[in-house]
Design a protein around this ligand. Structure first.
Ligand SMILES: NC(=O)c1ccc[n+]([C@@H]2O[C@H](COP(=O)([O-])OP(=O)(O)OC[C@H]3O[C@@H](n4cnc5c(N)ncnc54)[C@H](OP(=O)(O)O)[C@@H]3O)[C@@H](O)[C@H]2O)c1
Length: 312
């Protein structure tokens, strides 16, 4: 199946796009084309000649699945052309994530929703994906009533240019950053984490509060999470649930460095939150370029392709 599918990677020169190309190879996809802006057209990336992502090129009808990892503005402009050409598009920007009727998918959490698409499936934010992988089994067992989260997000989450800047920065100048849009109260990263988690978990009223910061780490996002549940759930019970959860690996001391380069979300420090009655605290880390972006999108594509084959 994978070998024959015609895949287009739009944004293939970027931080997520280059990881996508490596993962597509690992997953057996051999018919892959790479698209980016006019700036990169003609360059060679991982053995592919980069094509310019023009409306004409994307709507030609010669690609089955497009994996988009460009900015929100470029996605809004280009994705509709690819859909017009008949392709299924998995978009990693925030352009479509909260659009009613467009599925926002983490395969382990709400994979069935991917099949209810009209050509566009949105891939969630790189902190939302690992968070929902961990919350899902805990919610099913004990019912979530509140979530608080503090993130420690790596620089690769801000793209290839930010990675270059960190490489060139003197360690004495390293600092936390909050490089998102601020609405006077919250960063859009914090409101995205809330809104996307509610949509994916299908818990539209779930109280969820986030504080997001960028740390001078190259790859891997970490999150400290405090949850409250309706039913009591012991730390041991939560650990057993997470040990059985798909794409989650229990690890005593998760860190971005331990998570970078692997597919699973690492979760540990699972303990009672003694400040409230049914409270748990835990810490997770995941590779933002893999499960937080490229891998999740490929898993969505694989779900849709398997369904298309089964229906044929
Ligand atoms: N980094 C992460 O951890 C992460 C996680 C989840 C989601 N995302 C989302 O994924 C998207 C890409 O992120 P990134 O970190 O990979 O960014 P990046 O490293 O800055 O890469 C951006 C890519 O988009 C291409 N591009 C920009 N404008 C374009 C246009 N008008 N037409 C066609 N291609 C265009 C660039 O091509 P050129 O080389 O030609 O400039 C480059 O390939 C963003 O929407 C981001 O929010 C990122």
């Amino acid at each position: 199946m994978a070998r024959d599918t015609r895949i287009g990677v739009v944004g293939g020169t970027g931080a997520v796009g280059t990881v996508t190309l490596g993962l597509l190879r690992e997953h057996g996809f051999e018919n892959v084309r790479v698209f980016a802006s006019a700036r990169s057209a003609g360059k060679n990336v991982a053995g592919h000649t980069v094509e310019e992502a023009t409306p004409e090129a994307l709507s030609r009808g010669d690609v089955d699945v497009f994996l988009f990892s460009v900015g929100t503005g470029a996605s809004r402009e280009l994705v509709p052309h690819a859909v017009r050409g008949g392709a299924t598009c998995v978009d990693k920007s925030s352009a479509y994530r909260l659009e009613p009727g467009i599925p926002l998918v983490v395969p382990e959490v709400n994979g069935g929703r991917a099949l209810q698409n009209d050509g566009i499936i949105a891939n969630p934010n790189c902190c939302t994906i690992p968070l929902t992988c961990v919350l899902k089994p805990l919610h099913e067992a004990a019912g979530l009533t509140r979530v608080r989260v503090a993130t420690y997000q790596s620089v690769s989450g801000a793209g290839a240019q930010a990675m270059e800047r960190l490489r060139g920065e003197h360690p004495d100048d390293h600092d936390l950053r909050m490089d998102w849009d601020f609405d006077g109260e919250e960063f859009d990263e914090e409101s995205k984490l809330r809104a996307e988690t509610r949509k994916i978990m299908e818990l539209p009223e779930l109280p969820i509060q986030a504080t997001c910061v960028r740390v001078p780490v190259m790859v891997g996002h970490a999150e400290a999470v405090w949850i409250e549940t309706d039913q009591p759930l012991s730390a041991e019970g939560a650990r057993a649930l997470l040990e059985a959860a798909p794409s989650v690996r229990v690890d005593d001391f998760p860190s971005p460095g331990r998570a970078a380069g692997i597919d699973e979300v690492l979760v540990g420090r699972i303990r009672r939150d003694s400040t409230i009655e049914n409270g748990l605290a835990l810490f997770l880390a995941s590779d933002n370029l893999r499960k937080g972006a490229a891998l999740n999108a490929i898993q969505i594509a694989e779900l849709v392709l398997a369904e298309t084959r089964a229906a044929a």
